[in-house]
Design a protein around this ligand. Structure first.
Ligand code: HEM
Length: 458
């Protein structure tokens, strides 16, 4: 029997209605679950919210000064407090050491959805940061071959050479811009970025920056720029992704066919890093097969892994494709972290001339060999910089089970009682504040066994 023209319209309307009903039920269920989670942590104190769309997130993520809001709330509410996230959702911020250990090392929490999505877009599905459980542990143990103390020591000659090039370019810039006795003001960050990119390409891949494709070098610096300029729209995108309602295939499509500059940069980074990684690793494998390399050349992370794990091993723990898949991670994790940490270190030294003078004195007396290990002040300054200005001041997790988070010190709850555990329900988002944790610890690396090496840098 032929369908009347009215039938397709009816079918389409029914489908639309069914779709709309499904979405409404999903939203309703999500709202109910969110309410149950909020009830579970309502006894945790926190700042009042200023906006339904952003909650307290703009203050937390785009503070006037590094960590300012987190520090203020930590002082007021203690090492676990509650903030409002977007769309009226509640989020716990944790800096208690026992609670951090529980969340990071236990089985009840995993990376928050937004972070997982960004990681697979930028670093690729094979990247170590996108791996979990035993696959992650396995990859970690393989990458560690390139990061033992002995391995790191073998990168020193190229680091030293790159530092000399950095000093020469700084001197050249100062000589060009110096006027009379006035101090020269310049932006150190581009110089540090160039030097750290050089260090990572030599130490990780055994090649010079010029051997990398200009496309990769360009996108890598765009990713680092993008990552260090958090805006309200970034925060909003994170929050939408954290609602976790988009199916995985839609996120994969969005990564592959990006809309907007942020997603395009992420996709390009992944494509260019995979292409360069393939070139670098194939070159190394060919050289090893033809015997055209000398063992002295085994001085970079990839080379060490190829020789230590892949060649001559019938059951290597890593495949060639998985090793190629670490290239984007190495580029970003290696360059931005070191350049940013050095940036903070130089700010601290500029503000503490006394520390700077003593450090100059210590460094000018360095000999050859393992002399860096024998520089207590240099090591203390590096550790103190990483403690006070960690490159990853906050990170995000979600509860995959109901859990009871233990605290090392009781906190004051909203009803005035002291509590030493925080129960949470599955789906609870938490912000882990390494910034808050590091500021609370009693360690000060510039104080050695009770004797102040120098006064605090803060
Ligand atoms: C000042 C220097 C550095 C700091 C402060 C730093 C900090 C961190 C932090 C906090 C994480 C954990 C990220 C997370 O779980 O979300 C991490 C992971 C990682 N970093 Fe670094 N990093 C530095 C330098 C480097 C360098 C030079 C490389 C490599 C060339 C590197 C490679 C990695 C890798 C591969 C991971 C993933 C490890 C895993 O998932 O098991 N990092 N780094």
């Amino acid at each position: 029997m032929a369908m009347s023209p009215i039938e397709p319209i009816r079918v389409a309307t029914s489908l639309l209605l069914a779709g709309a009903a499904y979405i409404i039920v999903q939203i309703f269920n999500a709202a109910l679950a969110e309410r149950r989670r909020a009830r579970c942590i309502k006894n945790i104190r926190g700042p009042p919210s200023t906006s339904w769309i952003f909650g307290n997130l703009l203050e937390m993520h785009i503070p006037q000064d590094y960590g300012e809001a987190d520090h203020r709330w930590l002082e007021e509410f203690g090492s676990v407090y509650r903030i409002k996230a977007a769309f009226g959702r509640d989020r716990l911020v944790i800096s208690d050491p026992l609670a951090l250990q529980f969340v990071l090392n236990g089985e009840d929490f995993t990376f928050a959805p937004a972070r997982q999505t960004f990681i697979s877009w930028i670093f690729g599905e094979r990247g170590i940061l996108a791996q979990h459980g035993s696959a992650h542990r396995n990859l970690r143990s393989v990458l560690n071959i390139g990061f033992t103390a002995a391995a790191v020591r073998s990168y020193l000659p190229s680091f030293r050479q790159l530092s000399e090039v950095l000093c020469d370019s700084l001197e050249e810039k100062i000589n060009k811009t110096a006027s009379g006795t006035a101090p020269t003001v310049m932006d150190l960050i581009p110089f540090l970025n160039t030097a750290t990119l050089g260090a990572i390409s030599e130490a990780a891949f055994g090649c010079r920056v010029d051997d990398l494709s200009p496309d990769l070098v360009k996108t890598n610096s765009r990713v680092t720029e993008f990552a260090s300029t958090v805006s309200a729209s970034h925060v909003f995108l994170d929050e939408v992704l954290d609602l976790d309602f988009l199916p995985k295939w839609a996120l994969t499509l969005a990564g592959r066919y990006p809309i907007g500059p942020a997603l395009s940069i992420a996709r390009d980074q992944n494509i260019f890093a995979t292409a360069d990684g393939t070139k670098i690793i194939n070159h190394k494998l060919r050289a090893a097969k033809e015997g055209t390399e000398s063992l002295d050349e085994i001085s970079d992370v990839y080379e060490k892994i190829i020789h230590g794990e892949i060649l001559g091993n019938p059951t290597p723990k890593i495949s060639i494709d998985d090793l190629i898949g670490q290239t984007s991670t190495m580029m970003i994790a290696g360059q931005d972290t070191v350049a940013t940490t050095l940036g903070w270190l130089f700010i601290a030294l500029a503000q503490h001339q006394d520390v700077q003078n003593q450090l100059r004195h210590e460094i000018s007396n360095i000999g050859e060999g393992d002399a860096y290990d024998k520089c207590p002040l240099l090591n203390a300054v590096i550790k103190e910089t990483m403690r006070l200005w960690p490159v990853l001041p906050i990170s995000f997790r979600i509860a995959i089970n109901d859990a009871v988070i233990p605290l090392s010190q009781p906190i004051l709850s909203a009803d005035g009682s002291r509590i030493d555990t925080v129960p949470v329900l599955k789906g609870q988002l938490v912000t882990l504040s390494s910034f808050g944790y590091e500021r609370q610890v009693s360690i000060n690396y510039l104080v050695d066994g009770g004797t102040s090496l120098l006064k605090h840098m803060m």
